[in-house]
Ligand binder design. Structure first.
Ligand code: NCD
Length: 308
């Protein structure tokens, strides 16, 4: 089995078969990374450059570990410490890196569409590790993997994505991924943080947190992406917390138990309180663990497409 794509630019470009193949491959890799010997040398002859033009903790470390577990050679590039600050263009920077015989690129970039743009200009296989407010495909895949692991299957499940939908790449990738897998999706947040076109994607929209939590099997809680907000989208943080903050009292008042996801980084006491984030209903650290397996699967499957 092979992927239908040469790059992972977004979930939008994957078929259901592609998604299922990645999830199944990740299951095998999860088993591998839980063994005493955690490495498989599948990417021994592959060189991967990690290009991070934006801050990252989880995603960068997770990709790096996935590459190491697969035995790849790795180059790490951080924009703030590079010639980008001297005015070099993205294509020039990347072409210089590629002339050192690099096969694959993992890129995080603040501009939406940066990975798609690059895929039109260079020959290497590209994995989008988050492009501005657009897509974050490996996050959506690891979220789907974690939900599947917890609930058995995704088809027919109800998933509420709660918080700053407008500025979140995690939201869009999750919507595409969960819908392809047959889930029903609802978004919940302040009117100003939910794009007007949301309903046209076939998702339910609510501005009432209790309604979203009562409806869903799974709540994926997002951070307010202040670094991407140009204006003030809600009157005060205190008001946001009162209307959209997830706390123990509201979770305990539901008539059924829900699974709680968060892509991190968490702002404790803002979108979620510590007692909920650290509760047995939360799968936040499972998401991080599963992220390595998902990224191993993506890199392994795309490596089969090197120079094709
Ligand atoms: C997310 C991101 O960077 O898009 N985090 C992540 O990759 N784990 C979400 C966020 O920054 O809030």
């Amino acid at each position: 089995m092979a992927l239908s794509v040469k790059h992972l630019l977004g979930i939008k470009y994957l078929s259901l078969e592609d998604i299922l193949l990645i999830l199944e491959t990740a299951e095998n890799f999860k088993e591998v990374i839980n063994r005493p010997i955690k490495r498989v040398p599948s990417l021994r002859d592959i060189t991967i450059a990690n290009l991070f033009f934006e801050n990252s903790t989880r995603t960068r470390l997770s990709f790096e570990l996935a590459e190491k577990r697969l035995g790849a050679d790795i180059l790490n590039f951080t924009a703030s410490a590079s010639s980008v600050t001297k005015g070099e263009t993205l294509v020039d920077t990347v072409n210089n890196i590629l002339s050192m015989k690099v096969d694959m690129l993992v890129m995080r970039h603040p501009n939406p569409g940066a990975a798609i743009f690059l895929s039109n200009h260079v020959s290497a296989n590209i994995v989008n590790a988050g492009d501005g407010t657009h897509e974050h495909p490996t996050q959506a895949l690891l979220d789907a993997f974690t939900i599947r692991e917890k609930l058995g299957e995704i088809k027919g499940k109800k998933i509420a994505i709660i918080g700053d939908i407008s500025h979140s790449r995690v939201a869009l990738s999750n919507i595409f991924c969960l819908q392809k897998l047959g889930a029903e999706v609802m978004v919940c947040g302040p009117t100003t943080l939910i794009p007007k076109h949301m309903a046209s994607l076939g998702v339910r929209v609510t501005h009432n947190l209790r309604e979203a939590l009562n409806w869903c099997d799974v709540a994926n809680v997002l951070r307010i992406q202040l670094e991407r907000q140009d204006i003030k989208y809600f009157p005060s943080l205190r008001e946001y917390i009162m209307l959209f903050g997830i706390n123990k009292a509201i979770i305990d008042s539901l008539d059924h138990e829900i699974v709680i996801l968060h892509p991190g980084p968490i702002n404790r006491g803002v979108e979620i309180t510590s007692d909920v984030a650290d509760s047995s209903q939360s799968v936040i650290l499972d998401q991080v663990e599963n992220g390595v397996a998902i990224r191993m699967a993506v890199l392994y499957l795309l490596a089969g497409k090197v120079s094709s």
